[in-house]
Write a protein that binds this ligand. Structure first.
Ligand SMILES: NC(=O)c1ccc[n+]([C@@H]2O[C@H](COP(=O)([O-])OP(=O)(O)OC[C@H]3O[C@@H](n4cnc5c(N)ncnc54)[C@H](OP(=O)(O)O)[C@@H]3O)[C@@H](O)[C@H]2O)c1
Length: 369
């Protein structure tokens, strides 16, 4: 992987990704805005390092020699656009690990420009949205007339600093769902339902996840809600977030929260990376409600999965050449619904097949192992 630039490579997740790329025999160039952090990492991994800010006037010149950039510098609402603009100038493929729906929506607007430049824009190659996007594609194949998709996520709450800072950025923005092709801003945790993540029904509330953009692109389904498991007391607290919007919007409150995060959060340790698990659940229905399919995808720790999926996606884009579609893409639109099953420790279970399908009516478990 000589021509891969990993930007934001010395953050928590960037480090996992750079380490994984090297462990797989690649030699990515690591990069970020802190020269000392870049140099230390480059030395430790025995790869080349580059230091530059995203507001550098010659950003496109800095990307010119690379075939692909894998952006790990989040919140991506601040970093994706300058890198994409430069990638369009230099015909460099762009990948990132965002889960932020405004970023997916923004990059979708660059679709035509990316096609003209002959490059692929592939955001979301981490836990958000690889498993959910692949599960959505798998379910949509089972119910071709589906017009509604619900997804659900259940995982550990051991966040890295960057994830927590990104969540703080999104607080006060409220929730979002997709309804008949349009993104609708809704209150935080505006809807709840029971979701069976594998241990019986659990309370889950709507969250503003990126699949409201990506799953529509992948499946063509235009009504999408994404839920996260949350105890019912937590959904009341989340609903209260909307009434605190004025506070969360204020700079002092936001920077206080970010300072607390920086002081207290380190991200999952090696043991948690090796042992934590998560579950992604999905359901599609046709308009009449006659045809329905449900499935679950079990995964390892989301950060461990992100390291592997991001590197595998970058390898495939670099190796794929003309076979990789250009323009705005999603993990499943490029690699297909089985991509998630190629990742270590993932397992898919078809829980309910549509009545008239040849799929087994009872649950079946598939994995790559
Ligand atoms: N899709 C997924 O499933 C998934 C998984 C893991 C993480 N993420 C996301 O990835 C992002 C990073 O997470 P993390 O755990 O690695 O966080 P982190 O440890 O805080 O690292 C963030 C990295 O981004 C850099 N950065 C941030 N803003 C920048 C800017 N404006 N210009 C240049 N560099 C900038 C930081 O550099 P400095 O130290 O110089 O500020 C640092 O290298 C977060 O948004 C997180 O939500 C997504």
């Amino acid at each position: 992987m000589d021509s891969l630039l990993v930007y934001g490579s010395y953050g928590y997740t960037g480090r996992l990704i750079a380490r994984e790329a090297v462990a797989r025999g690649g030699s990515p160039v690591v990069a970020g805005r802190n020269g000392r952090a870049v140099a230390e990492q480059a030395d430790a991994l025995r790869v080349e390092g580059r230091t530059f800010d995203l507001d550098a006037a010659d950003l496109d010149a800095k990307l010119a020699r690379f075939d692909a950039v894998l952006n790990c510098a989040g919140p991506f609402v601040e970093t994706a656009e300058p890198l994409v603009e430069a990638c369009l100038e230099t015909n460099t493929d762009y990948l990132d690990i965002t889960g932020e729906f405004p970023v997916f929506e923004c990059l979708r607007q660059h679709d035509a420009a990316a096609r003209d430049a002959g490059i692929t824009l592939l955001p979301g190659v981490g836990f958000d949205v690889v498993p959910s996007d692949c599960l959505a594609a798998f379910l949509a194949d089972r119910v071709p007339d589906a017009d509604r998709l619900a997804l659900g996520i259940k995982g550990s709450l051991d966040f890295s600093r960057g994830t927590a800072r990104t969540l703080v950025e999104q607080l006060g923005v409220g929730g979002v769902v997709r309804r008949n092709g349009r993104l609708l801003q809704v209150p935080t945790a505006f809807r709840s339902r029971e979701v069976d993540f594998g241990d019986g029904p659990e309370h889950a509330v709507t969250v503003p996840w990126g699949d409201v953009v990506t799953a529509a692109h992948t499946t063509g389904i235009e009504s999408i809600e994404v839920y996260a498991a949350a105890p019912s007391w937590a959904s009341k607290a989340l609903s209260a977030v909307d009434s605190l919007e004025w506070l969360l919007d204020s700079r002092p409150a936001e920077s206080l929260l970010k300072r607390l995060i920086d002081a207290r959060l380190d991200g999952p340790d090696e043991r948690q990376l090796a042992t934590d698990t998560a579950v992604v659940w999905g359901e599609v229905c046709d308009e009449a409600g006659d045809q329905r399919a449900r499935a679950r995808l079990r995964t390892p720790n989301p950060y461990a999965l992100t390291a592997e999926s991001a590197v595998l996606a970058a390898e495939r884009v670099l190796e794929g050449g003309d076979r990789i579609p250009t323009g705005f893409q999603t993990p499943a639109s490029v690699f297909g619904s089985e991509f998630a099953l190629e990742l270590t420790g993932t397992e898919r279970e078809l829980v309910e097949a549509p009545a008239d399908s040849s799929d087994p009516a009872r649950s079946t478990v598939e994995s790559a192992d």
